[in-house]
Design a protein around this ligand. Structure first.
Ligand SMILES: [Zn+2]
Length: 250
């Protein structure tokens, strides 16, 4: 396991309200950064666990991406961020990876977890969703060879923004958090092209704003707000109050 060059804050024995797990540094910012900022603003203790440092990425060295990730975490105001050190472009169904992640879930004790949607273009992204789910389950099994008390998150939701053809179960209004989300994403300077080229997988900084705004507007429109981020749940929502449901008005 790789260790961070800068000392990561620890929350051992100090449980998180919400933990976002994703494959590469910047995935969380892009797919659910606005929602994380919103939860921080609501007073929740929010953490991020990146599975890889993105060392196989076309742009940016490991050291540079660490620094960018630390800066983005500060912008979002999250309480804890760590990296599991799995191989980039090698997030696979391996039992030792799942146990390693389950161990950290036990240590951080998140009440809710955000995972990447379980299908998509990049194998690391959908694999992170799949092994993330299994690690959450394993973390709750008492007899596994893991340290710490068994812990299973109360709720898992999937960030589906990378797969915009998937109909979300719900959308989080991030209108008030959009500028901060953009600022956090732009911390990853190594991932942006100096060239103005909208066809490039790595957009320029100017293109980044347009792209994030277009995505945000698309999902925001679904609930009648300016900017939104989409999420999917596997389980059906249980409703007690049909009069005050948090759904878009007709
Ligand atoms: Zn990624």
């Amino acid at each position: 396991m790789k260790t961070a060059p800068s000392k990561a804050p620890t929350t051992e024995g100090n449980r998180l309200d919400l933990l976002a797990i994703a494959a590469h540094p910047d995935d969380v910012e892009l797919t659910c950064g606005g929602a994380l900022i919103k939860m921080v603003e609501a007073g929740y203790k929010v953490g991020v666990l990146d599975l890889t440092v993105g060392e196989s990425g076309t742009r940016g060295s490991v050291a540079v991406r660490w620094k960018e990730s630390a800066r983005a975490s500060k912008v979002m105001g999250i309480a804890h961020r760590e990296n599991l050190g799995l191989p980039d472009a090698g997030v696979e169904h391996q039992r030792d990876y799942k146990l390693k992640l389950a161990q950290r879930i036990r240590a951080l004790q998140p009440r809710s977890v955000i995972l990447p949607y379980w299908e998509g273009r990049h194998p690391d992204h959908y694999m992170a969703g799949q092994i993330g789910y299994e690690a959450c389950f394993l973390a709750g099994l008492a007899k596994l060879p893991l340290a710490g008390a068994p812990h299973r998150p109360h709720k898992i939701v999937y960030a589906s923004l990378y797969v915009p053809t998937v109909l979300p179960t719900f959308v989080v209004d991030i209108t008030d958090q959009f500028e901060k989300k953009l600022k956090a994403v732009l911390c990853y300077a190594s991932q942006f092209s100096p060239r103005q080229d909208w066809r490039n997988l790595f957009p320029s900084r100017a293109d980044c704003r347009e792209r994030l705004a277009a995505q945000g507007r698309f999902f925001g429109d679904m609930i009648g707000v300016r900017y939104g981020e989409p999420f999917v749940t596997r389980e059906i929502a249980a409703v007690d109050d049909l009069v005050n449901m948090a759904v878009r008005s007709i």
